[in-house]
Write a protein that binds this ligand. Structure first.
Ligand SMILES: [Cu+2]
Length: 462
């Protein structure tokens, strides 16, 4: 972690009030830690006050704080940042404290928070605390509830956290530009009762999107619908951290959507229930089962599950264009077109020309073709069985036996028990049918039906 020692100590071990006069303490602005890396940082475990299980920000970090009297003090700096979207591409964005999104703010229900916001942008800004119940003048709407924070100025927001839950922060000044440039952050308020809806692993990310032309660095801020980088915490596959879980852990995944369209977030291998929205906790009796949760623009959702099935389970937006990286959407469809004759003619002009797309586009995921500087392949990523052919909003929930609490290291690819991987049919004489092994501890068992291959009608085959 590259936060400064002083501010880190500020969060972990409080400076005793006796060491600094209360007046000097009140006058000083807390240090603003900054983060250089785009990788997931260890969660910030509370060492004083109410106990809680800290969240893990995918490809992000949590903002250290200090106590000043009975106020928890944080310092956000709005500033230009360079964010790696995935290895091979960086974006010049605006964010907070060195990254986009900004650091996650974590506190406890009932806490009094004082958040200093320093503006190092070339234009004015504000921060709105999405979902928080607070005095109107702390709501952060430039012009409506406060004067704008001019470049070089620092403003203070003070409010008491009236309820626990899942929130976010973002500017409410030149919003279209500032959010298109990446200004946003997560805000989690933990319950005062440490046992309330407690989980073992709690992942958070914000859903965002950018339109950055291949070879350029700055998003086109006026784009409304045709984005080419669909990101979680300003990262695209294969740059998004895996969600590493120990088998049997209670897990929560929380996300908020600050793009221009909805995102149906789908996780494989499990069913789960919505446990929390930005409006509050969903009573357990009111939650219904899902495997995909649509998150509309400006909404936040959290879902809970027990990680009882080991494996490498995909988690992704179900809009198939959102699991692609930089691409044009005006490409022609060549499926079924024989391009041999025309390819020979084009090669006379462009010797390297390769006809693609006649049998679908999977060849784009398998071949690593030369690209312009600073962009990402449309489909990419390799796993133990080959090309994953994904991009954008895609990651993997990696559930493993025997992980220590707090171990978020990538455990590599799943070692499948023998006889549990789909296999090529090479004739009944060579392959004995495997008895499907029922995963342990699952609440339901799969129904197995044998269909004679000859009797399947065409449209039954997938
Ligand atoms: Cu999507």
């Amino acid at each position: 972690m590259t936060v400064s020692r002083r501010s880190f100590l500020g969060a972990a071990a409080l400076i005793s009030a006796g060491t600094i006069s209360s007046r000097a303490q009140a006058a000083a602005i807390p240090e603003a830690p900054t983060m250089k890396e785009a990788g997931m940082q260890p969660p910030l475990v509370p060492t004083s006050g109410v106990d809680y299980n800290p969240v893990v920000t995918l490809n992000g970090w949590t903002l250290p704080w200090r106590m000043n009297g009975d106020w928890k003090e944080f310092h956000l700096v709005a500033e230009p940042v360079v964010r790696e979207i995935a290895p091979g591409m960086v974006a010049h964005l605006w964010g907070y404290n060195g990254q986009s999104p900004g650091p996650t703010i974590e506190a406890v229900e009932g806490d009094k928070v004082r958040i200093f916001v320093t503006n190092k942008l070339p234009e004015h800004t504000t921060i709105h605390w999405h979902g928080q119940l607070l005095p109107n003048g702390m709501d952060g709407v430039g012009g409506l509830t406060q004067p704008h924070i001019k470049p070089g100025k620092t403003f203070v927001y003070e409010f008491q956290l009236r309820k626990s839950g899942t929130f976010m922060y973002h500017p409410h000044a030149d919003e279209m530009v500032q959010m298109a440039m990446g200004m946003m952050g997560f805000f989690v308020v933990h319950p005062r009762d440490p046992a309330f809806r407690r989980v073992d692993r709690d992942f958070v990310f914000l859903i965002n999107a950018y339109d950055i032309e291949p070879g350029s660095y700055v998003p086109k801020v006026a784009e409304m619908t045709d984005f080419n980088l669909w990101t979680w915490n300003s990262r695209a596959f294969p740059g998004i951290d895996p969600l590493v879980c120990g088998k049997g852990d209670k897990v929560r995944v929380r996300f908020g959507n600050l793009t221009m369209t909805n995102h149906p977030i789908h996780m494989h291998g499990y069913d789960f229930k919505v446990s929390c929205t930005d409006g509050g906790w969903v009573p357990e009796a009111a939650a219904w089962p899902e495997v995909t949760i649509d998150c509309a623009v400006g909404q936040m959702r959290a879902f809970d599950f027990t990680a009882d099935a080991e494996g490498d389970w995909a988690i992704h937006c179900h809009k198939s264009h959102h699991t692609m990286n930089a691409m044009g959407h005006d490409v022609r469809n060549y499926i079924g077109v024989d391009k041999k004759a025309v390819a020979a003619k084009i090669r006379k002009l462009v010797p390297d020309y390769m006809p693609m797309g006649s049998a679908g586009m999977a060849d784009m995921g398998e071949m690593e073709m030369p690209l312009p500087d600073n962009t990402l392949p449309m489909m990419t990523g390799f796993a133990q069985f080959g090309a994953v052919e994904m991009g954008g909003m895609f990651s993997v929930v990696k559930v493993r036996q025997g992980l220590a609490a707090g171990d978020y290291k990538d455990p590599g690819w799943f070692k499948h028990p023998e006889g549990t991987v789909s296999y090529e049919w090479t004739g009944a004489s060579k392959n004995a049918f495997h008895a499907p092994s029922a995963p342990e501890n699952r609440s339901s068992t799969a129904e197995v039906r044998v269909i004679k291959p000859g009797r399947r009608s065409n449209h039954d085959q997938h």
